[in-house]
Design a protein around this ligand. Structure first.
Ligand code: SAH
Length: 342
């Protein structure tokens, strides 16, 4: 059965005010079933029930971290599984969504890469992650104000579905999110970044997983780096900035002894010259068998200080949800220690 959420809001079934009512039930009230849509006539609800599936998942499990973030494990109708992370920071509810089951990029420090590629998610399976969280948490889907495409998968390798999902997120009759609060993170695919720059009226925040400023190190840890040189990635980032006018974020997971030398901070500052950018240093999140260690705190601070001294806007992103296996690079379906519901 087709998935209702796969449709662009303009293509929803029904016409006129009935269509508007349906969209409101789905995105404003967060109805988890057609039966709950009480102002739609019963025969209409029955027809929808038989034509479009509303819930993309056959099972939703949650694992809560001691810091308040919640990992969601979703089972798809074909039995495959993927994850999202809900981060209820103070007044801004944030979700980290997956665009694939697994990931083909195979970055050596990432647990999702180690599990390999399963399949692409459809637009509805991406947007459905927000709805499922709002159903479970009991708030309107519209209350989710921030979204990052930083879960499992490489969004630019599931390009069409990710863009279709983004258009649903931003659509005024759907989730009505601000493009300023939607971030697409990519392993760094120059062609994909250029294509994204050319999308009409999208202008999402872009984050690039650079992780090393020199080719030797980058290619050693990021296989897709072989076909995407740092120079090409930087050129694409500059193009993205000039077209969209947006600051570009660079993600940098600190891997002890690999990419945390001070000469690499100097080289990174060099690369970013002239670009309105921001560097996010991410302490390496450990997982069994990764073969990488966290950069010690003092060295991380020194790397940070060096970037700052060179005029690079930098922050440290301390990942949430480590104890629930929900932190950056840990999404790989392992049963975490802190499980709250089966
Ligand atoms: N494929 C996209 C989306 C994943 S986002 C991308 O590569 O950007 C997840 C972020 O966490 C990426 O920056 C990724 O490189 C980073 N990451 C992966 N494994 C990590 C780990 N073990 N510790 C910290 N960050 C990690």
């Amino acid at each position: 059965m087709p998935l209702l959420l796969d449709l662009h809001p303009d293509a929803y079934p029904l016409t006129g005010y009935r269509r508007k009512q349906l969209l409101e039930w789905v995105f404003v009230h967060g109805a988890a079933s057609y039966a709950a849509m009480s102002n739609l006539p019963a025969d209409l609800r029955a027809e929808l029930e038989q034509t479009y599936a509303l819930n993309p998942f056959t099972r939703t499990e949650t694992f809560e971290s001691s810091d308040g973030s919640v990992k969601y494990l979703f089972t798809l109708p074909d039995g495959r599984q993927m994850e999202a992370v809900y981060m209820p920071y103070l007044d801004r509810k944030t979700i980290c969504v997956s665009t694939m089951v697994g990931c083909p990029a195979k970055c050596s420090f990432c647990a999702t890469g180690a599990m390999g590629f399963g399949r692409n998610l459809t637009p509805g399976e991406i947007v459905g992650q927000i709805l499922a969280v709002s159903w479970q948490q009991g708030f309107s889907p519209r209350e989710m104000r921030n979204l990052v495409f930083m879960g499992m998968g490489e969004p630019l390798l599931n390009y069409d579905h990710t863009i279709a999902a983004a258009r649903i997120l931003l659509h005024a009759q759907a989730l009505g999110m601000s493009k300023r609060r939607v971030t697409l993170s990519t392993v760094g695919l120059a062609k994909g970044i250029r294509k994204l720059a050319s999308e009409d009226e999208l202008g999402l925040k872009l984050a690039i997983s650079l992780h090393a400023p020199d080719e030797d190190t980058r290619q050693q840890i990021i296989p897709t780096g072989q076909a995407n040189s740092i120079a090409e990635i930087m050129a694409a980032a500059r193009e993205y900035q000039s077209v969209t006018g947006r600051r570009v974020t660079f993600e940098y997971a600190m891997l002890s002894g690999v990419n945390d030398h001070l000469w690499q901070a100097d080289l990174l500052a060099e690369l970013l010259r002239g670009l309105v950018s921001h560097v996010n240093l991410i302490p390496m999140n450990p997982w069994e068998g990764s073969g990488f260690a966290e950069t010690p705190e003092a060295e991380l601070q020194a790397f940070y200080d060096r970037l700052e001294a060179r005029g690079v806007p930098v922050s440290v992103r301390r990942s949430r949800g480590r104890d629930a296996g929900a932190a950056c690079g840990q999404l790989a379906l392992k049963q975490p220690a802190a499980q709250i519901s089966p």
